[in-house]
Design a protein around this ligand. Structure first.
Ligand code: NBP
Length: 479
């Protein structure tokens, strides 16, 4: 077999197959391989006409087909299968070659794999790929980690197959060393959870408080999609809400079981945020909301619990309310991105990744699930001030929130009065109010901890640690 392929893809399920086709359609010769060889044969039989594929039945054949330095993409199930594939291929590779893991790996696994392979001189490039099946084929948002050195021979190829933002920029950048790419992909998915939850809450409020039908709400989302909320998720929400079930003639959304799953990356975003001490309350509420929805028996047992008497809005009141929901949704969205970017900044500091937050927002503008017009503004905010402490410190966002906040609060008042759960909106507002507060009850928490556990406290007027002798004369002592 000649060493003619510029890149190889092993793991030819939905994602791998489409990614291989994307490389081939862009003029690259692609070696393809899968544990079960029928998938490889099927790919070449079905799509062989789209470009140059080199089908390999064995690992040896696959590696032999790649030009050097070898670029070997793994698109298999994350976890043990990824390790199994690495163990199979690494002994066949040579120093300077690279293994690109495009699966949804946990960044800590990526760090371990990168370290292990580095000892053999192999570059391990943990790469977040977003956009699902369609993105893999037509252009995903790509978040490669790994060494800078590996990006040189790999980057131009990724740039070619990636999505392009409206200004034509490829949606790929070298995010940072070792696990940085998979970390950023993880937070992308966490933000995606929050976006979806907030949109879901907006829908529920428009339905239960404003009294609108799914079709009418779909129209509202379509209108919102022409403004500052312009995004892929708002666009597809309108499509889903206007879809009618062919079998029953009912709105599709009414015939679907209202229980959502929460898988790896959303949960990881919250777990890692806890480890890093970053408050991602909006993202966490989105994960918890999915968990709660799945507790069918608990929900069934709780359905009869007391709630407020519903009060219908008239047409004019409903229209005003709908406008307020747009404000609440937008403000809450700013908060969830603020939290997500805080987590990326904290991960970057913890692991020494030096991630450019503006570049991250730029590569999310196309291809990925959270692509949105609004990301241009985030990029502008970080470009203007790379050390921005928080998106809320950006003048434009602060001004927009200032304009939205009264409506945001009114929406939560209405939700509370009518007994409609809006945990994402509420968590976002609580985060905003806590951040801007002059004083927080954490001072009282310090006092309580000192009382029951002599944990000491710090004072506003003097340096050092202090302890109060609570049981006796309550005098203070320096610790
Ligand atoms: P799956 O996650 O369903 O994995 C199936 C592939 O893994 C098949 O090629 C299978 O080979 C291979 N595989 C398994 Br399972 N165990 C293996 C082993 N021990 N050794 C070798 N190969 C093994 O595929 P997918 O949905 O295409 O996703 C691929 C990766 O991309 C995953 O990490 C996923 O999380 C990530 N991702 C998916 C999406 C999406 O929208 N689906 C989006 C973004 C990222 P076989 O054919 O021989 O069984």
């Amino acid at each position: 077999m000649s060493t003619s392929a510029q890149i190889g893809v092993t793991g030819l399920a939905v994602m791998g197959r489409n990614l291989a086709r994307n490389f081939a359609r862009n003029g690259y010769t692609v070696a393809v391989h899968n544990r079960t060889a029928t998938r490889t044969r099927e790919l070449v039989a079905e799509f062989g006409h789209e470009g140059d594929f080199v089908a390999a039945e064995t690992a040896k054949e696959f590696v032999a087909a790649l030009e050097r330095p070898r670029r070997l993409v793994i698109m298999v199930k994350a976890g043990d299968p990824t390790d199994a594939v690495i163990q199979e291929f690494a002994p066949l590779l040579e120093p300077g070659d690279m293994i690109i893991d495009g699966g949804n790996a946990h960044f800590a696994d990526t760090r371990r794999r990168e370290r292990e392979l580095r000892e053999q001189g192999i570059h391990f490039v943990g790469t977040g790929i977003s956009g699902g099946e369609e993105g893999a084929l037509h252009g995903p948002s790509i978040m490669p980690g790994g060494s800078k050195e590996s990006y040189e021979p790999l980057g131009p190829m990724l740039e070619k197959i990636s999505a392009k933002a409206q200004d034509g920029a490829p949606c790929v950048t070298h995010v940072g060393p070792d696990g940085a790419g998979h970390f950023v992909k993880m937070v992308h998915n966490g933000i995606e959870y929050a976006d979806m939850q907030l949109i879901g809450e907006a829908y529920q409020l428009l339905r239960d408080v404003a009294g609108y039908s799914p079709a009418r709400i779909a129209d509202i989302f379509r209108t919102w999609n022409t403004g500052r909320l312009d995004s892929y998720l708002i666009e597809i929400t309108a499509e889903v809400l206007s879809h009618v079930d062919a079998a029953t003639g009912k709105p599709f959304v009414d015939v679907v079981v209202d229980q959502a799953e929460q898988k790896g990356t959303g949960r990881w975003t919250v777990q890692i945020a806890l480890d890093l001490g970053v408050p991602v309350s909006g993202i966490a509420e989105a994960v918890f909301a999915r968990s709660l929805s799945g507790h069918a028996a608990l929900r069934e047992a709780s359905r009869g619990l007391a709630g407020p008497k519903p009060a219908a809005l008239d047409e004019a009141e409903a229209a005003v309310f709908a406008d307020r929901v747009e404000q609440a949704l937008y403000a809450s969205k700013i908060v969830s991105y603020t939290q997500g970017f805080h987590e990326i900044a904290a991960g970057s500091a913890e692991y020494g990744w030096d991630i450019d937050l503006g570049a991250v927002s730029a590569i999310w503008r196309g291809g990925c699930i959270i692509r949105a017009a609004f990301l241009d503004r985030i990029r502008a905010a970080y470009d203007a001030r790379p050390d921005l402490p928080s998106l809320l410190s950006d003048e434009t966002f602060a001004r927009e929130i200032a304009a939205a906040q009264d409506d945001w609060r009114e929406v939560l008042v209405a939700a509370t009065r009518q007994g409609v759960a809006a945990p994402g909106f509420a968590a976002a507002l609580a985060y905003y109010d806590a951040l801007r507060a002059e004083r927080l009850p954490a001072a009282l928490t310090q006092g309580q901890r000192d009382f029951f556990g002599a944990h000491t406290y710090r004072r506003v007027d003097r340096d050092g640690s202090f302890h109060t002798l609570w049981g006796g004369d309550r005098s203070e002592a320096s610790a």
